[in-house]
Design a protein around this ligand. Sequence first.
Ligand SMILES: [Zn+2]
Length: 272
Amino acid sequence: MGKDYLIAADLEGIHGIVGEPYKSLYPDVADYAKAIENAVKEINVAVKALFDAGAGRVAVWDNHGQGKNIDFSAIDARAVRVENPPMKRYERLSFAKNFAFAGIILLGYHSKEGSFNGVLAHTYSSAAIQYYKIDGKTMGEAEIDAYIAGELGIPVLFAASDDVCIGQIKDGIPGIRTVVTKIGKGRNAAEFIAEEKVLEEIYEGVQAAVREPNAPVRLQYPCGIEVNYTRPERAEEVLRKVRGYGQDARYGETTHIVCSVLRGAQDLEAFI
Ligand SMILES: [Zn+2]
C-alpha cells in the first residue's frame, strides 16, 4: 500500500495571476476565476505526480478564504477532498487524523504581509494583520503550516509559488523542493513563466520530493509569539480569546500588538 499525501492549495501564488490593488483574491476580482482555473491545472499535475510516484491516497485541501473555491469535479477523481468541519476551537489540520500523511505539497501559497515584490503578499488577512513574529522571526502562512504539520511529524516536501514566497519558504524549511511560478515585480505585478514549464516543473519537483523527502520542521516550545494587528479592536479580541484558552497573553509596545508564549502547536493555532 502506497503512502498518503496532502496537497494544500491556496490561490495567490498560482501561475498567471496578480490580482488587483487594494483587494484580496475573491470573486469580485477578474483574476479570481483565472486563479481557480490555473490552480486546478497545478493540483491535477501534482496529483498525477504523486500517484505516478506510488502514492496510496492523495488528499486535496482548498484553504483559500473559506475553502470553497476549487471546482472539485475538475480535479483528478482519484484524489479525495478534505476540509476542516466547523469546530469550537480551530485545528488547522483536523482531517490529518484520518490519514497517515507522509508529506505535504503546497500550491498557491504567497509571501508574508509587506514582502517586497511579493505577489498578493499577506499573512492571513491584509486588512487585519501586519506581521506574525515567532521566536523573534516574522513568518508567513507556509512556514506556520509547516510548523503545525511538523508537530504531527509530517514534512512539507514541496512548494510552488512566486520567487519571493519561495525564497521565504526555502529559508524556513530546509531541504524542501520548490518551483517558481512567476517573478514578483510588485504586489500586483509579475513576470509570468510559461504554463507548460510551470506544470512540467511541478510534476518533476513533486516526484523528486517524494523520492527524497526532507525532514519535518519543529519549533522549540516554549517560544514567544508577537502578532501585530492593523486594528486594536482585533488585537483585543485575540487577547481575550487566547486568555480564554488559558494562554498567557499581553499587549506589546502598542495595543495593536499581542504577545504570548506558545507551549505547543495548539497555542499557535489559537492565533490563526
Ligand atoms: Zn489565499
